[in-house]
Design a protein around this ligand. Sequence first.
Ligand SMILES: C[S@@+](CC[C@H](N)C(=O)[O-])C[C@H]1O[C@@H](n2cnc3c(N)ncnc32)[C@H](O)[C@@H]1O
Length: 249
Amino acid sequence: MPSQDLLFSGIERFHGEAPWGRVLDAGTGAHSLSWLCTLESESLTLVTGAAPRARRLEGGLRAQDRALAGNWQDPTLLFEERFDVVLADYLLGAIEGFAPYFQGQLFKRLLPHVAGVLYLVGKEPLPDQAPTEGGQAILEIERLRDACILLAQHRCYREYPQAWVERSLEQSGFEVQAAWQQGIVYGPSYIERQLKVCSNKLRFFKDAALAETMAKHIEELRSRALVLAEIEGGIALGSDYIVVARPKG
Ligand SMILES: C[S@@+](CC[C@H](N)C(=O)[O-])C[C@H]1O[C@@H](n2cnc3c(N)ncnc32)[C@H](O)[C@@H]1O
């Protein structure tokens, strides 16, 4: 089972027999939505910072569900609406792309919308060194992705450690009820996805010669990383975490 599906099944196990009720996916995407659609919820509200994504996701929804394009920086977004379950699945890491420097205020912003429980999924920032050759290739891929994003003059995502998340939740009026980590195993689809981000950014480079050299480097890294993923049977490196929190009091 892919690591992200294991994260969702972990949340399901933790949630147990409790009803899901009104669910808010505060940073939505095809993956969290496909999981949420398997749950017996009263309604799904999906929020994304990207209007085209909201339009794409709207297609398969039930009558009681909705997909909204908005920004958590906007104080009127979902004003006075409360949800039994709020999911923040890789939302924190993506904030830098949509609302730079807002990470420290995110949980205070979400608090009034949480009637029941917040499930936060995040990724530990990767270490500087990896113990295997495959792990080193994953670090190279992540650095190359960020370099290409910057050279395209776009903004990189930024992951935060679990300890930072727990501290920020407590300071924002939440009580952390549980938390666990899960090791990540990177496979070919991750390698392809990240290197596709790199290739997609090349057309924004100011220097065409640099873009051409970078394209060759991306290809070289792709072949090397795919072979290592095969040899290592998936590349184990770092971990994701889930933090379960409820409003205090
Ligand atoms: C990495 S994606 C989340 C992945 C998604 N849960 C999935 O399964 O595919 C981050 C999501 O958070 C949204 N997002 C990031 N910053 C936001 C902000 N400030 N306001 C609203 N949505 C935001 C992005 O638009 C995107 O929908």
